[in-house]
Design a protein around this ligand. Sequence first.
Ligand code: AMP
Length: 415
Amino acid sequence: MNVLVLNCGSSSVKFQVVQTDLDLISKDADKRLASGVIERVGSESLIAFSAEGRPKFRTAEPLRDHRAALDRILRWVVAKDSGVPEVSSLSDIHAVGHRVVHGGEKFTMGVLIDDAVVDGIEDTIELAPLHNPANLKGIMAARELLGPGVPQVAVFDTAFHSTMPETAYLYALPYQLYRRYKLRRYGFHGTSFRYLAYRYRLMTGKKPKDVNIVALHLGNGASACAIKGGESVDTSMGMTPLEGLVMGTRGGDMDPAVAEFLHHREGMSFEQVDTLLNKQSGLLGISGLTNDMRELLEEEKENGDRRARLAIDIFCARVRKYIGAYLAQMGGADAVVFTGGIGENSAEVRARVCKGLEWMGLTLDAARNKAAVGGKDAEVSSAASRLKAFVIATNEELLIARDAVRIIKGAPRRW
Ligand code: AMP
């Protein structure tokens, strides 16, 4: 089956076309046929598409909304000169898999989308006002453009964390707020963490129940996950993605009284505080330069910029703190696993995160660590390290495509 995987953000649409099926999944032989992104949906949009193995097609044109963006993607995918293998008309798209950010307590697994599921996703908008409306737009656009005959599946970022115990997901707020609003921690990056657990299992030959790792998704958004017995038992993001690690533009953990302070002293509304915490904090806020880790590392190296260094150091210290916390909660683990743009590509950040962790049995192999960049999966700890370290390039789209196939074919969801 050819599955169109869609990840709709508020002003962007990312896609992949993945060829997969139950036999290909069992052989780990599924193939990506095409991928791409449209940014700045709603104005002069930036388009970058590529068929597998072909140079990128780039252009800019006005695309008014998510429907127009999806229409542009579909027209490109089926066009002869795009060179997407196996796809020459819309009938060659057999299913759509949507990344949906928030599933609330309702969705603990991926589901086939029908009207009740759409209603359920609408019900969680209160918990994810920035994300779920865009996901719904993508679902509606795909329904309209591909027709009701093409099954659509929703895969939720929160779902993998539905196994967290109450001790991890409840905030220490008055309990009735949880009862009334389901106000609790949910966690995100779940599909990425599930992929890491799966790939780690393949790399080490372990059974799912023997996967005990601290997983670190370090990208522009960043979170940590304690995976015990193959299941999420704690994660650093909360009711929204604001909590936990330092991120590109989010500050992560902080005293909630900061909001009231800013309201009084800066005259900020709660909306302005929300924007500050989501868009102006984190690496960008501390450095005053950029939210981009690669640029900060260059700035630190070439110009010795003090605040660039501070931003990187605070980022690494927070990650280290979570590794320690999760190892304590889990009673130890077998490995720390890095992924995300930073985790997959920056040997420097990995080394700084792990610095000083030798006492608890984690030592990196400098040469292996340096070599593990650019999407390569590798063990990067030294042979003597008791706690291992791995780099695994995440692939959420692949899991979404696989989930779509399994759900449509009624096959039980496996790893
Ligand atoms: P993501 O959100 O997963 O795409 O990750 C984006 C982040 O990864 C940005 O902060 C990038 O600067 C960072 N990144 C990508 N490549 C590198 C690299 N080679 N070294 C350091 N950071 C990188």
